[in-house]
Design a binder for this molecule. Structure first.
Ligand code: 5RP
Length: 293
C-alpha cells in the first residue's frame, strides 16, 4: 500500500455491538439479492409505495390524446413521479439523461391496436440494453386467457430468468384484451399467476373486492388508470386501491389527459404517499390547476 507508514491505527471495532438489522419493505422481496433490492428501492419509497407515470401507449396505440408531444409534456411532470414507464424510444428522445427517476422499461414487442387479437407479442428489448438504459425494472405484457397466453408467459419467463441473472426486476403487466372479462375472478387469477411465474411487481386494473387480489398476490401490485375518467373519480380509485393493499399506481391517461396533468400527478402523490382523502386531494388539484393557468 502506498500509505503503509503513517496511517492512523484502526481501533474502533465496536466490540459487543450487533450489526444493525436491515429491514426491506418491498413486499415479497426480503430475500432478494442486493442489486435486485437496490433496483426495487429506486421504484418504491420507504413507505413501500410508488407513483409510476405511464407514457408507453404509443408503442401499440400510436399518438394518443395528451401524448402527442412527449418531449414537451413529460419533462415538467418528472418532479411528481417516482418512476417513468416508457419505451426505450420515448425515453431516449424525450427525457434528459440526468432525470434521476426510476425507469420501468417497456421491453416486450407487442402488436398494435389494428390487430383484432393483440395477444401474440414477443421479447423486444434485450437485457443488455435494459441495463444500458439504467432500467429499474423491465415491463412485460402478459395475456392470460387469450390465444397468445402461452407465448406471453414464455416471454415473461425469459425476462424473469434474465432479470434474476442480472438483478433486474420484472413488472408483469396484466393485459386485458377486447374479449376478456374485467372481473375480480379474472384479475385474481391473472395477478397471482404472473407472480407465481416470477414477476417481481404486478400491474393490473382496479376492480371490486380488490383487497382479495392484493392479499393473494405475494408481490406489490400497482394499478393502471385505464381510460380517462373525471379527475375526482380517478383520485378516488387511487385512494381505494392503496387502502385495499396496492403499492401505488402506474397511471397514464388519467394524468396526461387531465385538464392539468402536473396538478393531477401532485394530487395523486398526496393520495399515495400522504394518505390524503380523495376529496382533499381533489381540492388541492383544483387550486394547483388555477395556479398553472
Ligand atoms: C397497457 C399498459 C399501459 O402502460 C397502461 O395501460 C397505461 O396506463 P393507463 O391505462 O393509466 O393509461 O400497461 O398494457
Amino acid at each position: 500500500m502506498a500509505d503503509k507508514d503513517g496511517n492512523v491505527l484502526a481501533k474502533d471495532y465496536g466490540i459487543g455491538i450487533e450489526p444493525p438489522q436491515r429491514i426491506f419493505s418491498v413486499k415479497g422481496h426480503q430475500c432478494a439479492g442486493w442489486g435486485m433490492q437496490g433496483r426495487l428501492s429506486q421504484i418504491f419509497g420507504d413507505d413501500g409505495r410508488t407513483i409510476m407515470l405511464a407514457f408507453d401507449h404509443g408503442y401499440i396505440m400510436g399518438s394518443t390524446a395528451g401524448l402527442e408531444r412527449l418531449d414537451l409534456v413529460i419533462p415538467p411532470l418528472l418532479p411528481y413521479a417516482d418512476c417513468l414507464m416508457a419505451t426505450r424510444g420515448a425515453l431516449r428522445t424525450c427525457i434528459p439523461g440526468n432525470h434521476r427517476k426510476a425507469v420501468a422499461l417497456r421491453c416486450t414487442a407487442d402488436t398494435s391496436v389494428l390487430k383484432d387479437d393483440m395477444s401474440f407479442g414477443s421479447a423486444g428489448v434485450d437485457i443488455e440494453d435494459a441495463i444500458r438504459m439504467n432500467a429499474s425494472c423491465m415491463a412485460v405484457q402478459c395475456f392470460v386467457g387469450a390465444a397468445g397466453e402461452l407465448d406471453s408467459l414464455k416471454t415473461l419467463s425469459y425476462y424473469v430468468n434474465q432479470g434474476e441473472k442480472y438483478g433486474v426486476p420484472v413488472l408483469g403487466v396484466v393485459a386485458v384484451g377486447k374479449e376478456m372479462e374485467r372481473t375480480t375472478r379474472y384479475f385474481s387469477l391473472a395477478t397471482r399467476l404472473l407472480a407465481e411465474q416470477g414477476a417481481h411487481i404486478i400491474k393490473t386494473y382496479y376492480c371490486d373486492n380488490f383487497e382479495q387480489i392484493t392479499a393473494a398476490c405475494p408481490v406489490p401490485i400497482v394499478i393502471a388508470g385505464g381510460k380517462k375518467i373525471p379527475e375526482s373519480e380517478a383520485l378516488a380509485m387511487a385512494y381505494r386501491a392503496v387502502n385495499e393493499g396496492a403499492a401505488g399506481v402506474d397511471m397514464g391517461r388519467n394524468v396526461l389527459q387531465a385538464a392539468c396533468p402536473s396538478a393531477m400527478l401532485r394530487a395523486i402523490r398526496m393520495v399515495v404517499h400522504e394518505n390524503a382523502k380523495p376529496e382533499e386531494a381533489y381540492h388541492a388539484y383544483e387550486l394547483w390547476r388555477k395556479d398553472v393557468k
